[in-house]
Design a protein around this ligand. Structure first.
Ligand code: NDP
Ligand code: BG6
Length: 511
């Protein structure tokens, strides 16, 4: 295997004893990854393919095995057939892909069981032990299941299937509750069986390449860090949009809505990383300490700083797109927002008064996730007259395009070549596909690799989660208590016009 896992470093005491892929130990220790909810969508779409990609890249230890666990009655062979169609050799298509897949699938097994049955988990334990052959065993459980059964699984797995001589860790998928209270209850329940160190709360946006790069860009380039404050930055925009609706996930979505689904986690995590002070080191605790400070410094969200929307049916080019409430799993009178925009503020010396605008929506005209940083005007700009009255157009803007087509570009003013003095807005453009032709790993690969290595930097600590919920819970409660009706917008449009009024209130134009 390559040196990547070793190079990641080992942080907590737990890891010192448990995770070592150096030659002698690797041979003697085993790693099992149990995907709970293996018959589900996420497992098929993301987890098994990510595990295969790690295997393909030689990032998994010598003695690893993967178990699928769910209620569906499947044999090992049926699990293998089910997942084989989703595995791709996307990184390097030349090399013996078929062989690799075959070898990988041989390491995949299945155990059918109930989620609340200690007996069924004890059976799983027996199967794991058999394959571990008495070696030091490290066990990772991935909870790819609906949240109402998280605690049952954790109870059964920790009581009956945790490792007796190595580490046991649990990756928990979102949603982590739906407000402060339910999230705290979930944390309390999980901690009856697990220590905080064993819980890896996943936010897959933290595993995205451009989000990881945010700190590198800021802290290792002299041209950016000095500008990273209210002195030079006018506003920051965090934008998430999808060009498809909630089809197939309506039941889940209607219970959560876009604010809980995207803003409270993915966009807020990006905001915290963006705005944090320089951490003492790159150690997970140092980074998470700084992120939590940002979240706790935020001004409570006001209802008048938020607008919500819901998509309605729309016909275009002879095709009809269903509205949100046309979904059979969504109540006809649902007020659940599928779009929201909000203005947030951080009450600290660095960011006082700078609007952080978030926008997230389903069924919009485009699919993209971006961080846009709009800078202030150049004081006394010598070239003012070249921009006419619209000086806003002359400000610099830094864009981190998280997806698709990853890129970082800086909008600058430039002289159009020629004899006159005409100015033009142009991009300094770092387009990833041009600069780094190699395909970018999926976020789940990075996160799984980190969980295996015990690296917690990209996972959410419980105090971060509490702070995130404290910010959004009063707003969500108010929206729901007052039954605020979302502004309807057509499927495939740019979303509710209210988002533009909200931005205009803070003198901002969406990028
Ligand atoms: P699924 O609805 O596909 O559920 C996964 C498995 O759990 C199912 O195959 C089923 O297995 C079992 N299951 C489903 N509903 C119930 C139930 N009510 N009671 C008991 N078992 C049930 O979920 P996903 O795979 O889509 O998602 C898994 C987790 O990941 C969820 O927490 C989700 O919120 C989160 N997530 C999903 C994303 C996605 O893209 N799908 C994205 C981000 C997060 P069986 O019947 O065989 O036991
Ligand atoms: C999930 C949300 O967390 O992220 C989904 O629950 C959303 O609603 C998804 O579609 C988006 O992830 P990505 O990686 O496809 O942008």
């Amino acid at each position: 295997m390559d040196g990547r896992l070793l190079a990641k470093g080992i942080n907590s005491k737990e890891e010192e004893v448990s995770f070592d892929f150096s030659d002698s130990e690797e041979v003697q220790s085993t790693l099992s990854i149990t995907v709970v909810g293996a018959s589900g969508d996420l497992a098929k779409k993301k987890i098994f393919p990510a595990l295969f990609a790690l295997y393909y890249e030689d990032c998994l230890p010598e003695n690893f095995m993967i178990f699928g666990y769910a209620r569906s009655k499947l044999t090992d062979e049926e699990l293998r057939n089910m997942i084989s169609g989703t595995l791709t050799c996307r990184i390097d298509k030349r090399e013996n892909c078929e062989d690799k897949m075959e070898q990988f699938l041989k390491r995949c097994f299945y155990h059918s069981g109930q989620y609340n049955s200690e007996e069924n988990f004890a059976e799983l334990d027996r199967k794991l032990k058999e394959k571990e052959g008495g070696k030091l065993s490290n066990r990772l459980f991935y909870l790819s299941i609906p949240p109402n059964i998280f605690v049952d699984v954790v109870r059964c797995a920790s009581l009956k299937a945790s490792s007796s001589n190595g580490w046991t860790r649990v990756i928990v998928e979102k949603p982590f509750g739906r407000d402060s209270e339910s999230s705290a209850e979930l944390t309390r329940s999980l901690k009856q069986y697990l220590t905080e160190d064993q819980i890896f709360r996943i936010d897959h946006y933290l595993g995205k390449e451009l989000v990881e790069n945010l700190s590198v860009l800021r802290f290792s380039n002299l041209v950016f860090e000095p500008l990273w404050s209210r002195n030079y930055i006018r506003n920051v925009q965090l934008i998430f949009s999808e060009d498809f609706g909630t089809e197939g996930r309506g039941g889940y979505f209607d219970h959560y809505g876009i604010i809980r689904d995207i803003m409270q986690n993915h966009l807020l995590q990006i905001l915290a990383l963006f705005a944090m002070e320089t951490p003492v080191s790159l150690d997970a605790e140092d980074i998470r300490n700084e992120k939590v400070k940002v979240l706790r410094s935020m001004r409570p969200l006001q209802l008048e700083d938020v607008i919500v929307g819901q998509y309605k049916g729309h016909s275009k080019g002879g095709k009809t797109y269903q509205g949100y409430t046309d979904d059979a799993t969504v109540p006809n009178n649902s007020l659940t927002p599928t779009f929201a925009a909000a203005a947030l503020f951080i009450n600290n010396a660095r960011w006082d008064g700078v609007p952080f605008l978030m926008k997230a929506g389903k069924a919009l005209h485009t699919k993209r996730a971006e961080i846009r940083v709009q800078f202030r005007h150049v004081p006394g700009n010598l070239f003012k007259r070249n921009f006419g009255t619209d000086l806003d157009k002359a400000t610099n803007e830094l864009v981190l395009r998280v997806q698709p087509d990853e890129a970082i570009y800086l909008k600058i003013n430039n002289k159009v070549p020629g004899l006159g003095m005409r100015l033009d807005r142009s991009d300094l453009n770092l387009l990833y596909r041009a600069r780094y032709p190699r395909e970018i790993p999926d976020a789940y690969e990075r996160l799984l690799l980190d969980a295996i290595a015990g690296e917690r930097r990209l996972f959410i600590r419980s105090d971060e989660l509490d702070a995130a919920w404290s910010l959004f819970t009063p707003l969500l409660k108010e929206l729901e208590d007052k039954k605020i009706a979302p502004e309807l917008y057509p499927y495939g449009s740019r979303g509710p016009v209210g988002a533009h009024y909200l931005a205009a209130k803070y003198n901002v134009r969406w990028g």
